[in-house]
Design a protein around this ligand. Structure first.
Ligand code: HEM
Length: 399
């Protein structure tokens, strides 16, 4: 049987999807002047050592290590500030808060699918996978509904530009791509800056209101902290969830017997979400900057190098996942790393899992038949460190 990767020509840099194991769990890439960490154990080890593997990667990017872009962004912050900042926001993601969001997210999914009820074909991304998560994140941030489409435009624009960015490019080429992506980013940051100022003028009892009242190292957080936090939440919480919904449909279409199995036993839906995150990890890699000499996977890494930490490869490591090419929603245990690990473990994981569960159940309930449109192939995101589609035409009728 043709693999899913071969069928859709998935990014060759994600070679494990084609059934090839990495030559070594940790490898140096001359062209990129960066390390790749592929093994499950080695990824865990790197993420457990933030002292040697720093999240402040901005300092290695030639365009400039400007703190104003990163302060308030958990994903670019190391301990001890990371812990303080994470404590400030984690109350907004507790199981109770997330459970309270369930009826709202169910209603959103229902309304979105109402709009395509009765259609023989539609684009799953436009109908559900983009609007559902962007609504959830912008509502968390208190952004007015009328402005949501702006975020969809800015975020997808940024992803498209960054898809062309390669560490192997010259500094000038990198700068050009970065500038194009920053064009969208700047518009988004300007909006968020006005939004933060507005929240400060009219204090509110929500996530940003709480942050504006909080302190970091004895000082109030600045508007810039708030802007970067909001930017991070949009980047971390929106498109990754969009990708997860699309990727799950890709997998179900490729493994119809598993689609039938899950439809017949909905208790498998949470396992389906886990297996989808393992099989096609939306965040295929994250980045760390080595901050000390460190040995990992039998290799000695010098400080000041970029390390690509491949969740996607770790999720196909045969030492942990028997027959990784098999898509099995019943896989137990499934220590997939699609949400990362360690101190930066996805803060929104319970929310994302719930969004996935609700979206998939809503699709199964609404459409007894659902498959990819044989005449209209999906469009894939280009960046090698993400796995996802931008368009996914589906049909709701049997052959
Ligand atoms: C399926 C959807 C999602 C996936 C695959 C995903 C994946 C990830 C991964 C891999 C990380 C760790 C990155 C690293 O270590 O460098 C992360 C961090 C994070 N995620 Fe998610 N995420 C998802 C949904 C969400 C949602 C819905 C939210 C919130 C609305 C969210 C908020 C965050 C935050 C705030 C962090 C940073 C945590 C920290 O640095 O301490 N994510 N996510």
């Amino acid at each position: 049987m043709t693999s899913l990767a071969e069928r859709w020509s998935l990014h060759p840099e994600q070679f494990w999807l084609y059934g090839r194991a990495p030559e070594q769990p940790v490898m140096f890439d001359e062209a990129m002047d960066a390390w790749h960490i592929y093994g499950h154990a080695e990824v865990l080890e790197a993420l457990a050592n933030p002292g040697a593997f720093s999240s402040e990667t901005i300092r290695l990017i030639p365009m400039g290590a400007d703190e104003s872009y990163t302060e308030g962004d958990l994903l670019q912050t190391d301990p001890p500030d990371h812990r303080i900042l994470r404590n400030l926001v984690s109350h907004a993601f507790t199981p109770k808060v997330v459970a309270d969001l369930e009826p709202r997210i169910e209603a959103l999914a229902r309304d979105l699918l109402d709009a395509v009820a009765g259609e023989d074909e539609f684009d799953l991304m436009t109908a559900l996978a983009y609007p559902l998560p962007v609504t959830v994140v912008t509502e968390l941030l208190g952004i007015p509904a009328a402005d949501r489409h702006l975020f969809e435009k800015w975020m997808t624009g940024m992803v498209e530009e960054m898809g062309d960015l390669s560490l192997a490019d010259s500094a000038e080429d990198q700068e050009e791509t970065f500038d194009a992506a920053m064009g969208h980013m700047r518009l988004m940051l300007d909006y968020l800056r006005d939004h933060a100022a507005e929240c400060r003028k009219r204090p509110r009892d929500d996530l940003l209101g709480g942050l504006l009242a909080a302190e970091l190292n004895g000082s109030r957080l600045t508007d810039n902290h708030i802007v970067n936090f909001a930017k991070m939440l949009l980047i971390a919480g929106y498109l990754s969830t969009t990708m997860m919904i699309g990727n799950t449909m890709l997998c179900l279409d490729h493994f119809p017997a598993e689609m039938a199995r899950v439809r017949a036993d909905r208790s498998l839906v949470p396992g389906l979400v886990e297996e989808s995150l393992r099989y096609l990890s939306p965040v295929a890699a994250t980045y760390r900057a080595t901050a000390a000499e460190v040995e990992i996977g039998g290799r000695l890494l010098q400080p000041g190098k970029m390390a690509l930490v491949w969740f996607g490869a770790a999720n196909w490591d045969e030492r942990v996942f028997a027959d990784p090419m098999r898509f099995d929603p019943g896989r137990t245990p499934n220590p997939q790393m699609g949400f990362g690990r360690g101190i930066h473990f996805c803060l929104g994981a319970p929310l994302a899992r719930m969004e996935g569960r609700i979206a998939l159940n809503a699709l199964f309930d609404r459409f007894p038949e659902l498959r990819l449109d044989p005449g209209k192939p999906p469009a894939f995101m280009q960046a090698p460190d993400t796995t996802g589609v931008t368009a996914l035409p589906v049909r709701t009728t049997a052959d």
